[in-house]
Design a protein around this ligand. Structure first.
Ligand code: UTP
Length: 297
């Protein structure tokens, strides 16, 4: 019988250098899209997909992340006293059940693969999800839920995949396709950040994975790959070399790369427009700005 996916790893130990100086003292994952930190979007998606255990791979300076998920009794009491029930509910939604979250330290940023490997003892022998909090996905059905449903059919390892323009493929891990079955794509190879013009397809891997425990053994064997880091892609590629199944999943939804400034700004606008209390005013403002800049040209 297939094991249900109930554990997710959130690798949040990176340095976040693209957001310096902000990330000098704030973890990138605490930066807010409208009024919710990136990490909250990731947690909500995981919860909706049936994840029960949340494993954060953190590093020095990420204490704000741990505090974020704690209860805030003083704040709650104050809101209760003032009868602010909506805010109280919003606050309570961020509380996590005791024991549902574990924090593991990655002592040195040796790469995404290494970060995942750091959580090996908490995963033991079952399939698990990896969620990159930088990739925020707006979709009707949460992306991880789509993937877990597809994974129930396929088994093996599964990565979220998205079409990208050919000239952008060298920024991603790219799939070499064996068989394209629509949403599910069977994969025969994966290349991390291929040199320009050498990408095997335009189907790029983005930050959602469902992995078998075998990946953790593969990671133990790996030496550093592209960029001097231990790459998760290499551990998945090893599965293919050893004849096991790997699938890409073309999710439906829009992905924002919130690890980059441009992506973060786009996500802020998109999520702002989607909020009933802000959308109309923001739309009018953007419309005005654009008309003014067109008139100036
Ligand atoms: P990035 O490649 O975006 O690196 O990592 P970064 O440090 O977060 O940001 P920049 O590039 O310096 O601006 C992708 C994800 O993998 C995690 C990061 O925290 C981020 O969520 N990661 C990366 C780790 O947990 N450990 C690592 O050694 C590397």
């Amino acid at each position: 019988m297939k094991r249900k996916v109930t554990k997710a790893i959130f690798p949040v130990a990176g340095l976040g250098t693209r957001f310096l100086p902000a990330t000098k003292s704030i973890p990138k994952e605490i930066m807010t899209l409208v009024d919710r930190p990136l990490i909250q979007y990731a947690i909500d998606e995981a919860r909706a997909a049936g994840i029960k255990e949340f494993i954060f791979v953190t590093s020095r300076g990420k204490g704000a992340l741990e505090d974020y998920f704690d209860n805030a009794p003083v704040l709650e009491q104050e809101l209760r006293k003032k009868g602010k029930t909506d805010l109280l509910r919003t606050l309570k939604d961020t509380n996590m059940e005791s024991g549902a979250i574990a924090y593991i330290r990655q002592h040195k940023a040796l790469g995404l693969g290494h970060a995942v490997w750091c959580a090996r003892r908490l995963i033991a022998n079952e399939p698990f999800a990896v969620i990159m909090t930088d990739d925020v996905i707006a979709s009707e059905k949460p992306c991880l839920m789509q993937m877990i449903e597809a994974h129930e059919e396929t088994g093996g390892c599964m990565v979220a995949a998205m079409e990208v323009p050919k000239d952008k493929a060298s920024a991603y891990g790219v799939l070499d396709i064996k068989e394209d079955k629509g949403a599910i794509v069977s994969v025969k190879g994966m290349v991390e950040k291929p040199d320009e013009g050498t990408a095997p397809s335009n189907l790029a891997v983005i930050g959602r994975y469902i992995l078998t425990p075998k990946i953790l053994q593969n990671l133990s064997k790996l030496k550093s790959g592209a960029g001097g880091e231990i790459q998760l892609t290499d551990a998945i590629a090893l599965e293919l070399e050893e004849g096991r199944d790997v699938f890409g999943y073309r999710f439906s939804g829009q992905r924002f790369d919130c690890g980059s400034k441009a992506g973060f700004l786009q996500a802020t606008v998109a999520f702002g427009l989607g909020r009933p209390e802000l959308g109309e005013e923001l739309r009018a403002y953007l419309h005005n700005m654009l008309s003014l800049s067109e008139a100036a040209e």
